[in-house]
Design a protein around this ligand. Structure first.
Ligand SMILES: [Fe+2]
Length: 263
């Protein structure tokens, strides 16, 4: 499995604080079945005039530490970019760090309000050759209220990443319900951890969320979210995901009964 959104680099942003934290996160990820992680520090917190070189240097240091510790994890450079009106100009200036040396940009926006410029900025980046991976649409209040905002972006080629914890209720009921609805409507294409810590609900865990996704859309689609889709995206290929398969009514009935009986 590949995790395309993880705050693994130590001492850069609000993710891993020290190298020990990053190694502990890596051990959790490997135990969960993750073989490759794209380190995605918040772009505005990467220091220096050359963010690509800075992230590349830090990734090389972390990879060396992982290898020394015998942790079988491959780390790639990346970043999580908060969309601003001048983000396309930052692309032009070579200041954006794409995922794993591809043309994919992991982008995010405000959780609380949806800036009017976001679609236009995304389309400008696409026109420059970037492929856009939208981080956690299920956590944006505007998207929770109106799924058509995401539908419009997906129709224009945006790929959407649901965060594992959202499916488990880590970010509240609205985010959980939105994640479920987006999955069932085929509006999210990838699942990532967006992990920040080695323990607790921001750890790089994926198995519980995968099981939940499988219950919603079937095993094949769920596994494609962490295997085929991230691989194809980084390779510049079409995603070609299996169709969304909703569970049968009988299963849903049993599930409602079982959940109710467990209360
Ligand atoms: Fe993130």
């Amino acid at each position: 499995m590949k995790d395309l959104h993880c705050h693994l680099l130590p001492g850069v942003d609000d993710g891993a604080e020290r190298l020990d934290d990053a190694l502990a996160m890596a051990r959790v990820a490997v135990a969960e079945g993750i073989q490759e992680i794209v380190a995605t520090p918040h772009a505005h917190l990467v220091s220096g005039d050359d963010p690509r070189a800075e992230v590349g240097r830090r990734v090389a240091e972390l990879q060396a530490a992982l290898d020394t510790a015998g942790i079988p994890l491959v780390v790639w450079p990346g970043s999580e970019i908060f969309l601003e009106p001048d983000t396309p100009q930052r692309w032009d200036a070579g200041l954006l760090v794409p995922l794993a040396n591809s043309s994919v940009l992991l982008v995010e926006t405000s959780f609380h309000e949806y800036p009017h410029y976001v679609p236009e900025v995304i389309f400008q980046l696409q026109a420059r050759g970037a492929r856009i991976l939208l981080a956690h649409p299920e956590r944006y209040v505007a998207f929770q209220r109106d799924l058509s905002l995401l539908e419009g972006l997906v129709a224009r080629g945006v790929v959407a990443q649901v965060t594992a914890g959202s499916l488990l209720g880590v970010f509240g009921k609205a985010a959980k319900q939105a994640a479920e609805a987006m999955l069932q409507r085929g509006l999210v294409h990838l699942l990532a951890t967006d992990a920040h810590r080695p323990v607790g609900n921001r750890a790089p865990a994926v198995q519980a969320a995968l099981a939940r996704a499988a219950a919603l859309v079937g095993e094949a689609r769920a596994h494609a979210l962490v295997e085929a889709a991230p691989r194809a995206l980084l390779a510049g290929e079409p995603l070609d995901l299996p169709p969304v398969v909703a569970p049968s009514n009988g299963w849903a009935f049993w599930r409602r009964w079982a959940v109710g009986a467990g209360r």
